[in-house]
Design a protein around this ligand. Structure first.
Ligand code: CIZ
Ligand code: SF4
Length: 319
């Protein structure tokens, strides 16, 4: 509508004036993803967000997602200004892996290679040998396993268990979880499959093992979007944040996409398949931050330098 368009135009003008580009995650609300597309920004997973921000000529990055994504962008582009719609948007995986406890755990296992998921603080990354995202985790663990390395994996236990089963690697798992993905239930999905017997089940590996077990495709956000395109099924039951439907439907316009059910409904449902922190990003706070320069990400430069090593290792591995 006209009001929305006026807001879009205002944000586009502010982006231009600041020499800024909008980098958005798949789990952001569709209107933010559409704005990123319309203004020459990107919509992607955390791996590609990091790469895009690093390689883009803009001097300011507006990172719509959650805090670790803004931090990663700043670590890779220390010379750029990194703004976020709100610095309050965090992640249960990041919160569940405080640096002091994690560092003590690593100290107890000095013969282990430390691999952490991108969904962690800059301090946890600085303690790690490798950073991975769900789109490259299996490959990187396979590589480390082939070198005979023993691995500490943090923080997502479900993703860790999935990779451990897939690769047979020797992995010590931290016990973190994503509050969105851990709510998916195999029983609910099986009931839904009974209604749509020809549907494929697409599952993000941050989901419980029982849910992964009934999947037709398991993968990161980008991999699930690809699966929706390439699987022959006409209907997809999708177990990940519903923000993904925007790009998934674009990629597979003729397919029918259905949200996988979660434990609990309505008021009893903790996340209902949408990350409450991702949901804190909006057009209103994007505009406010562009106008004020509020909500800028800072990472201690010494810490950032250490955190950059395992991040670069990942980016080079996947280049
Ligand atoms: O669950 C998340 O936050 C994901 C999938 C992040 C990512 O790697 O894009
Ligand atoms: Fe963290 Fe889960 Fe939200 Fe992703 S969806 S930011 S893993 S809480």
């Amino acid at each position: 509508d006209a009001e929305k368009q006026a807001l879009y135009d205002e944000i586009a003008a502010e982006l231009k004036q600041r020499n800024a580009v909008l980098v958005a995650h798949y789990y952001c609300d569709p209107e933010i993803q559409a704005l990123a597309e319309a203004t020459g920004g990107c919509v992607s997973d955390s791996l590609e967000m990091a790469r895009f921000g690093r390689d883009h000529p803009a001097t300011t990055l507006m990172v719509a997602g959650v805090k670790f994504m803004g931090e990663t962008s700043k670590i890779l582009s220390p010379e750029k200004t990194v703004l976020m719609p709100t610095l309050e948007a965090t992640c249960s995986l990041d919160l569940g892996c405080p640096i002091d406890e994690f560092s003590a755990f690593c100290d107890q296992h000095p013969d282990h290679t430390v691999v952490v998921y991108a969904n962690t603080s800059a301090a946890v990354k600085a303690r790690a040998d490798w950073v991975v995202t769900s789109s490259c985790a299996v490959e990187i663990i396979e590589h480390l396993d082939s070198l005979g390395e023993k691995i500490i994996w943090a923080p997502d236990q479900h993703l860790g268990r999935y990779i451990q089963k897939k690769t047979g690697a020797d992995m010590l798992l931290w016990d973190g979880a994503c509050i969105v993905h851990e709510e998916f239930r195999a029983r609910g999905i099986a009931q839904m499959k009974a209604l749509y017997p020809d549907a494929a089940v697409l599952v993000h590996p941050e989901s419980p093992e029982s849910v992964v077990a009934i999947a037709d495709a398991v993968g990161s956000t980008s991999q699930l979007i690809k699966a929706a395109q390439t699987l022959p099924h006409q209907t997809m039951i999708v177990a990940t944040d519903r923000g993904i439907f925007y790009k998934m439907q674009q990629a597979a316009p003729s397919k029918t996409l259905i949200e996988a059910p979660t434990a609990g409904e309505g008021a009893t449902c903790r996340s209902c398949a949408h990350c409450p922190w991702m949901a804190m990003n909006g057009l209103d706070n994007i505009l406010h931050v562009l106008k004020t320069g509020d909500q800028e990400i800072f990472v201690d430069p010494a810490l950032a330098q250490r955190a950059k090593l395992p991040l670069d290792r990942m980016l080079n591995f996947t280049a």
